[in-house]
Design a protein around this ligand. Structure first.
Ligand SMILES: Nc1ncnc2c1ncn2[C@@H]1O[C@H](COP(=O)(O)OP(=O)(O)O)[C@@H](O)[C@H]1O
Ligand SMILES: [Mg+2]
Length: 351
């Protein structure tokens, strides 16, 4: 197969005066692109890298790939991760991973939480703010957690994201409004362990976009391969990170990642996390691959709360959570990458 590898490289991203230094933290490095490209070639494919920017449309028409391996995060807009898949659908070119609606939905954390809540899935209670002057809902009790609505890779997340009173809340909200120019998401702070579950595959039954009825529920996970959960080992990080998986840990300290994988969890807890992962994957309409981030509430018997689902999980071979999990499961990086491709090829009837 001729595979076009579509990504947004950090080094190709636009720059402008006064942009915040972390603006492109969620984009990919050349190292990741080379690793994916090598992996696909080892699977017997021919690979052409294309930057997922305004040149993409014309380049795709020239290159005419059989399928695209898409990991584009996009540059601008409230649904930027959905833009490349939209182009691919216009051109009727097959691609890996989730489609337009899923990528638009899951980039927006509050919208995703509304869908989770509609389906009765546990996510921390929350309120969104469009303006700094809006009043805090009296049901929202401190401590709270403040983050941008539509970023990833810990952008805008630091120890200061935990706020204990109105003054700290407004101060942190102001920072985020100035930096990210988007609604701010305020959630109940969940004090506890930090676990993430990666999956590859596609749910085969019973139906998509909803939680199945009782008699179908046990079969809900069919078609997905669950990797062993990864727990961020907060005990190995400086006290000042306050147990939060901060931008500093994800970016500055990424090469020195401290984790437990498989996370030490009871069989029962593991089943619960896998079921919630499958449910989240299903109701958001994910395909081929995803990673769900959880916090386990220490004050409530480690009750899991879904923080977000990542349908474009990082694929840096050295330290991305999904790659670490696959490795702990005995998978080589090449196997992970080719499995994602094969899932897509299978969906399109190309293998
Ligand atoms: N409600 C919360 N309570 C406690 N910690 C949180 C909460 N929301 C986010 N965090 C912390 O912030 C980190 C990043 O949040 P997340 O929503 O996963 O965004 P990102 O897209 O940056 O990964 C989490 O891994 C967790 O450590
Ligand atoms: Mg996360």
């Amino acid at each position: 197969m001729h595979v076009a590898l579509l990504a947004n490289l950090k080094k190709n991203a636009p720059t402008w005066e006064g942009m915040s230094p972390d603006h492109w933290d969620d984009l990919d490095s050349e190292k990741t692109i080379h690793a994916i490209s090598d992996a696909l070639e080892s699977g017997g494919h021919q690979v052409t890298f294309l930057e997922g920017d305004v040149t993409l449309y014309d380049n795709l028409r020239k290159v005419k790939p059989d399928i695209c391996f898409n990991i584009c995060e996009g540059h601008f807009g409230d649904a930027r991760e959905a833009q490349v898949p939209a182009i691919l659908e216009m051109l009727r070119i097959p691609y890996t991973g989730s489609r337009v609606l899923t990528l638009a939905l899951t980039l927006d954390k509050p919208m995703t939480k509304r869908v989770l809540a509609y389906h009765g899935l546990p996510t921390p209670p929350f309120q969104t703010f469009e303006r700094i002057t809006e009043t805090l809902d009296p049901d929202m009790q401190f401590p709270l957690f403040v983050k941008p609505s539509r970023e990833g890779t810990g952008m805008g997340v630091s120890a200061e994201s935990i706020v204990n009173d109105e003054h700290e809340l407004r101060k942190q909200m102001r920072r985020l409004f100035e930096r990210y120019d988007q609604p701010v998401l305020v959630e109940r702070f969940i004090d506890g362990r930090e676990v993430t579950v990666g999956v590859v595959g596609n749910l085969t039954s019973p139906v998509a976009w909803r939680i199945p009825e009782d008699e179908e529920a046990p079969r809900m996970q069919r078609g997905l391969h669950f990797f062993p959960p990864l727990e961020v080992d907060m005990s190995r990080y400086p006290e000042e990170e306050k147990g939060v998986y901060t931008s500093r840990i994800k970016v500055d300290l990424a090469e020195d990642f401290h984790y437990l994988c498989p996370a030490p969890l009871s069989e029962e807890k593991l089943d619960e996390l896998n079921w919630l992962t499958a449910a989240t994957f299903r109701i958001t309409g994910c395909q081929d691959v995803a990673r769900v981030d959880f916090r386990l509430d220490a004050s409530d018997n480690h009750k899991p709360y879904i923080l977000e689902i990542n349908p474009l999980p990082g694929l840096n071979p050295g330290y991305s959570d999904l790659c670490v999990e696959a490795q702990a499961d005995g998978w080589k990086y090449e196997e992970l990458v080719n499995r994602i491709l094969d899932e897509a090829l299978d969906r399109y009837g190309l293998i």
